[in-house]
Design a protein around this ligand. Structure first.
Ligand code: ADP
Ligand code: MG
Ligand code: MG
Length: 908
């Protein structure tokens, strides 16, 4: 043995080199196959070529990689031969192999598996003789040629509307023979298919199908390495933040056969319900089938458990008699094997302490496990499984909190169909409740068109026969997904749950015609663009567009939130501008309002007229007159906010945007405004022109408005103080915080603070009572962060406006970044969009510096963040580490921020 680096790790009954701890090296699939062997679970023997070999392949090319792994692969095959008692390439009793990809993170359906490798025209005869089953041998061979022709040799449909070229040939042969199902084809038909497939490959690819098993094997290994870099794998990684640099492992494993007749089967199962989280073993299988038949939606799969089977029959409207006759459960059909499977699933879930997604094959009455991994699940299932495992004593509080991906709480927070709307609605079809949620949208039939439509701002439902990995982008932008074929473990179902997207699968009554772009149900035809609605929790499909209502926030969700509150240190406030939003924010657990944008109130009703009157005024007197009209309205708004948030802080920001945002820019709008104001359109146009700025983001806005027009600040401050006193008189506990925006120097702050304090004194004197309040500033210009110590001597709190701080620190505006930022992200110049997740190194350094400087002069200074970043889990973790007191985000993101804050506290 040489002392060279090890690239190949075997697993089997006599020896296993890998383990679950080696995921980075062996990929998730390989590491878990090894772990199952260690647990004594029956797994076909094999070996894993490490992700390091893939990296060599990507960086140094095919020859370098193959030279490095060659000897070890030969030894690996010899190991499998010994374990299985068959020889690879032997024509009488051939060892057949599967070649399976498997990266560190599970990527369902991403890279294709090749089954039955090692067959050729001689070996197929040997296999037939040995199995005593000619049909089986030719079925295996035709599957192999089909998969290898597609995945390794690259024979694909020419156009997206075209059918798979192999399937076209299969349909021709079926038509010739007058049969409907693949299973009705006999050995001679399958033999003919193999011949036709090979001819097709020769004609279209210009090469012969490889007959030498070793050529087949090397070709397959290379194809897996290459598949790491194919488009759909890249898209999946982009969508799921998986680095492109990880590489995939290759698993080479002895074949076991689920297609050896009626005592053979193949299936997939979940140790708990992936949709609801219910602690119920469930899954699907097909008798006499192989590989992806179950997920491909070709035949209707059967349920593993009888309970599940009965539930399925109710949804699919299949009678109990028909169910037992045509779709019996594995529990009914093969009770002994079902018990074994149950034992394996319990062992695996207890071992991994998480919900497992399992693949298994039964070969002539013997159960083989082919895969186990932590199962994808909906947000609702994440919460339920975490909380139940906690109650069952399987995991501790910290683990339960870490099991839920904060962003996935979205699934639970988002609306369901309005019960009244549902009563009126017409169910047009039923499918399987593959991924919960409520979706209404216009029908589209192609994934790329779903993208186009969504880009144009339309709500779409993607309707397909079944989905494939090419559809990922389209699925991610659709409101919901409807498929005519496929079960709960079909591609569409698994991917939709991963995305938290509403999905109804296997709606058998739906007939999709891709060419005509129609969907027919009974005699009703629905065209592209027609509205439909899907309920992913019941599997119901409705005609038209249905209204929705709010989700339920108690139960396991409430318990998880309580747990998060127990562990987190950061407070979570909400950005809310109206009493209605404040009520939602409280319901979602906000502990205050971190940002009330006062200008949002300016647009309501006829207030905009008073605002425009102020903008149009020639002098201070004119402005004051207009502001006097606004005062009672603002006071009313603030009073409502203080009442809704009684006992909790409410942070009110003074007017921030440039004034031109309040005037119409088009001629028609200016005409209307002129009429309302009783002035000439020319006058309006002139004022609008005056307000125009080359760079409004860096123009006359923020405290610069209050400094040039102090009467605006006066009015707003008066509204706050009068509202505070009023609300307190009515019983509210008021904690007002007034915030000056866009400060760059302490003098700006001082100028505004003087105005505010003067108004406070006036109001308190008039009323004969006073109220405590905090007067602070936003830190959102880089200069403010740099001189935060001098500002901190005057300001009682800081609130980081990370949107502006990001724009000004990066030197590009959020509105203009669209022309280059996507390119930057693609090329890795930025790891993520800095407006979505804070740039920790750059902008983050300014935050840390400002916190330190502020605390150095005022140790108890309150520091928080308002802006989009306050609801981004990675940013929340950063703000926790930076020692902030609170984050503030939109009401719907408050629960996400609470959980993210708890996870950050646990991570330390
Ligand atoms: P994916 O990563 O897409 O799940 P897999 O590598 O798990 O792909 O393979 C897909 C399917 O192929 C499996 O679910 C299983 O049914 C079948 N398969 C893979 N390896 C074997 C094998 N050694 N014997 C029998 N079937 C296999
Ligand atoms: Mg698999
Ligand atoms: Mg700002």
């Amino acid at each position: 043995m040489s002392s060279a680096h090890q690239y190949v790790y075997v697993f089997g009954s006599s020896r296993t080199e890998g383990s679950a701890a080696m995921k980075n090296l062996l990929g998730g699939k390989g590491a878990n196959l090894a772990e199952m062997c260690r647990l004594g679970i029956t797994v076909p023997s094999g070996f894993t070529i490490s992700t390091e070999a893939c990296t060599v392949f990507t960086e140094q090319g095919r020859d370098a990689a193959l030279a490095l792994i060659r000897d070890e692969v030969l030894q690996g095959v010899a190991f499998v031969e010994q374990e299985m008692g068959k020889r690879f390439g032997n024509a009488d009793d051939p060892l057949l192999l599967s070649v399976r990809s498997g990266a560190r993170a599970s990527m369902p359906g991403m890279m294709d598996t090749i089954l039955n490798l090692g067959l050729n025209d001689e070996a197929v005869e040997g296999l037939a003789r040995k199995a005593g089953n000619e049909r089986f041998a030719w079925d295996s061979y035709r599957r192999f040629v089909q998969m290898y022709g597609d995945v390794v040799m690259g024979l694909k449909p020419a156009k997206k509307e075209d059918h798979d070229p192999f399937e076209v040939v299969i349909d021709m042969v079926k038509a010739q023979r007058g049969v409907q199902l693949d299973t009705e084809l006999d050995a001679a038909d399958l033999k003919e298919l193999v011949a036709r497939f090979k001819a097709l490959i020769r004609a279209r690819i210009g090469r012969d199908f490889p007959t030498d098993p070793w050529d087949q094997l090397w070709g397959a290994i290379v194809a897996v390495f290459e598949s790491w870099n194919n488009d759909r794998a890249r898209v999946y990684r982009e969508l799921n933040d998986i680095p492109q640099s990880w590489g995939t492992a290759v698993n080479v494993q002895a074949m076991v056969f689920g297609n050896l007749g009626d005592s053979s089967a193949t299936g997939v199962a979940f140790t708990r319900d992936a949709g609801t989280g219910e602690d119920l073993f469930n899954g699907e299988f097909l008798v006499n089938a192989q590989g992806e038949d179950v997920v491909a939606g070709i035949r209707t799969p059967q349920q593993v458990s009888t309970l599940g089977s009965q539930r399925w029959a109710r949804l699919a409207q299949v009678s109990e008699d028909e169910r037992r006759a045509r779709y019996p459960s594995l529990e009914e059909l093969m009770p002994g094997l079902y018990a074994e499977l149950l034992h394996a699933e319990t062992t695996l879930e207890n071992h991994f302490k998480d919900m497992q997604d399992l693949e298994f094959t039964i070969q002539e009455g013997k159960l083989w496990m082919l895969q186990t991994r932590n199962g994808k699940r909906t947000g609702a299932a994440m919460v339920r499984i975490a909380m139940e495992m906690l109650r069952q004593g399987m995991i501790d509080e910290a683990t339960a909190l870490q099991r839920v991906v904060p962003d996935r709480l979205n699934d639970l927070l988002h609306p369901v169909f309005d019960t009244h709307a549902l009563r009126e609605a017409m169910v047009i079809a039923r499918g399987l409740p593959a991924s919960p949620g409520a979706a209404s949208g216009q029908i589209v039939f192609f994934a790329d068109e779903a993208e186009d439509w969504a880009q144009r701002g339309l709500a779409v439902v993607l309707v397909r026969q079944e989905t494939s990995p090419e559809d990922l982008r389209g699925m991610s932008v659709a409101k919901g997904i409807l498929t005519a074929r496929g079960g709960m473990t079909s591609h569409a179902a698994v991917v939709a749950r991963g995305m938290g997207k509403c999905c109804v699968c296997g709606a058998g009554a739906v007939h999709v015609d891709m060419k005509a772009r129609t969907m027919t149900i009974g005699d009703q035809v629905y065209a592209e663009g027609d509205w439909i609605s899907l309920d992913g929790s019941t599997g119901e499909v409705y005609a038209g567009r249905l209204a929705t209502q709010d989700a339920e926030l108690s139960g396991d969700f409430g318990a998880l939130m309580a747990l998060a509150d127990k562990h987190r240190r950061l407070e979570v406030r909400a950005n809310a501008d109206t009493p209605e939003e404040a009520v939602i924010a409280r319901r979602f657990g906000a502990t205050g309002i971190g940002l009330c944008r006062t200008e949002h109130m300016f647009f309501e009703g006829d207030r905009i007229n008073a605002v425009r009157e102020m903008i149009l005024a020639d002098d201070e007197a004119g402005r004051r007159k207009a502001l006097a009209k606004l005062l009672p309205m603002q006071r009313g708004d603030f009073e409502g906010l203080f009442a809704a948030m009684t006992g909790l802080p409410v942070t009110i920001r003074l007017l921030d945007p440039p004034l031109h945002e309040f005037v119409p820019h088009d001629e028609a709008g200016q005409q209307v405004m002129a009429q309302q104001m009783g002035v000439s359109p020319g006058r309006i146009r002139m004022r609008v022109d005056e307000l125009r700025e080359a760079n409004p983001m860096l123009g006359h806005r923020g405290c610069r408005l209050g400094i040039t027009f102090p009467e605006i600040t006066e009015m707003q401050a008066r509204a706050v103080f009068e509202a505070a006193l009023e609300a307190r008189a009515k019983g509210a506990v008021v904690k007002a915080e007034i915030m000056v925006p866009l400060v760059g120097t302490v003098r700006e702050f001082n100028a505004q603070a003087a105005v505010i304090r003067k108004v406070a004194a006036e109001v308190f004197a008039q009323r004969g009572e006073s109220i405590d309040y905090l007067l602070g500033t936003m830190i959102e210009t880089p200069r403010a962060a740099l001189v935060a110590d001098s500002i901190g001597r005057q300001a009682e709190f800081f609130s980081f406006g990370t949107n502006d701080l990001t724009q000004m620190t990066m030197g590009f505006s959020r509105d203009d970044a669209g022309s280059f930022l996507p390119d930057y992200l693609k090329r890795g110049l930025y790891e993520h969009d800095p407006f979505r997740s804070i740039d920790q190194k750059g902008v983050g350094a300014l935050v840390e510096m400002a916190v330190a400087k502020g605390r150095s002069v005022r140790p108890d200074i309150e520091v928080g963040v308002c802006g989009e970043h306050g609801g981004d889990p990675a940013s929340v973790a950063f703000f926790h580490r930076a020692g902030l007191d609170y984050v503030s985000c939109s009401p719907f993101r408050v629960p996400i921020a609470r959980l993210a804050a708890a996870q950050a506290a646990i991570a330390g």
